[in-house]
Design a protein around this ligand. Structure first.
Ligand code: GN1
Ligand code: MG
Length: 370
């Protein structure tokens, strides 16, 4: 039996693990789909993940937050108008939340959302609307969960000034070795990114300052509601928001920004054709319509005032995170080749530039949707 099969078996009370296949394109954790045969019952499937404990240093908190969410949903979810399911923790056969392997690797299992599909990019206006609906459904269900009940699973996550400080540190270190040397054949792209950040660094604290001034409040958030985390049923309707590792206290603006930077980029965040990247306003309108069809109930005037900033900031911030990781030797995001994080940074910076170029129209659109 392979090591993966052996680990998967820890989460089955009866039945035989018949397959363990890689699942999805996560940049942090390693994820697999496990199939269990338990004849004569039909095959069952669940998701097995090795948590990246270099990043999630307290994996117990990640699982705890998911349990808090499940309990909250059990208590508060009355009849919903449509199908909606959230992933849940599946304990090991002996009732533990994790299986810890001999190299201290933390493995956990969660339910697989059957009869649904994941998409890497938004494929239509109708899809964008469903992505917005899915995010709002999630925000609405967790809006009654007191934020103090959620642990901070990843300190500093989406705190843009902190990413700026890390960037400056990486620049200082690589500066000693010579940025040119790091960039080698990509020196021009590296220079472009350095310049791009330099021109915009005064804007990174916009949300944190509004939070400190009491204009924006901490709420439970998802943290990573990108398009491939919103699953659609076969009828094209959003049925789940998966990947709950960064469920924690935060600003809904981080989520709205992350969802929009991802769903309004039809070329996707992995394209190498970064000069062609554009923020698609038509998709943004549809996403926001879907989102506000539910979320207008809980957004305040001040929340609306910072929506544009949040949309711009999260695209810029992710570019900054990828670029910093590239400069620092790619230790955070998984990469497939040495300049992968530089390619990813260029895509997000181009998206941020496209948002800036369409700022007036986007702000007017937000205003008209209120
Ligand atoms: C990471 O691992 P994944 O793909 O779910 C990252 C997100 C980024 C995303 C970009 C904990 O998410 O913040 O937006 O990559 N997650 C963490 O694809 O840093
Ligand atoms: Mg994630």
């Amino acid at each position: 039996m392979s090591q993966l099969h052996e680990i998967a078996t820890q989460f089955t009370a009866s039945g035989t693990v018949s397959a363990v296949d890689p699942l999805g394109n996560g940049n942090i954790n390693s994820t697999y789909l496990v199939t269990v045969s338990d004849e004569p019952a039909p095959d069952q499937r669940f998701v097995l993940q090795k948590i990246n404990t270099g990043i999630f240093r307290q994996p117990e908190l990640v699982v705890k937050n998911m349990q808090v969410l499940s309990e909250h949903l059990d208590r508060h979810t009355a009849d919903l108008p449509r199908r909606w399911e959230m992933p849940r923790i599946l304990p090991t056969a002996t009732g533990e939340a994790f299986w810890v392997d001999e190299s201290k690797g933390y493995w956990r299992a969660i339910t697989f959302i059957e009869e649904s599909q994941v998409f890497e990019t938004v494929e239509s206006v109708a899809h964008a609307k469903e992505v917005g609906y899915g995010l709002a459904m999630f925000h609405s269900l967790i809006s009654t969960l007191p934020v103090e009940q959620l642990a901070d699973t990843l300190e500093g996550f989406h705190i843009a000034p902190k990413y700026m400080a890390e960037y400056e540190e990486a620049c200082a270190e690589t500066g000693n070795r010579g940025i040119q040397e790091i960039g080698n054949d990509r020196a021009e792209d590296v220079r472009y990114c350095l310049e791009f950040v330099q021109q915009r660094k005064h804007r990174v604290a916009v949300l944190e300052e509004a939070k400190a001034a009491g204009q924006l409040q901490l709420r439970p958030i998802h943290g990573d509601p990108k398009v491939n985390n919103i699953m659609l049923g076969h009828n094209g309707q959003a049925v789940s928001l998966i990947d709950l590792d960064t469920l924690k206290p935060g600003l809904v603006h981080y989520d709205i920004g992350d969802c929009l930077r991802s769903s309004c980029n039809p070329l996707g965040e992995e394209t190498t054709d970064w000069r062609q990247v554009e923020f698609d306003l038509q998709l943004a309108q549809a996403m926001l319509e879907g989102y506000l069809s539910i979320a207008s109930d809980f957004l305040t005037d001040q929340d609306y005032q910072y929506l544009y900033d949040g949309i711009w900031l999260i695209a810029f911030e992710l570019g900054l995170r990828f670029f910093t990781d590239y400069l620092a030797g790619s230790t955070y995001f998984k990469i497939k080749h040495p300049s992968h994080n530089l390619d990813r940074a260029l895509v997000q910076f181009q998206l941020a530039a496209s948002i800036e170029a369409q700022a007036d129209t986007l702000k007017a659109m937000i205003q008209s949707l209120r």
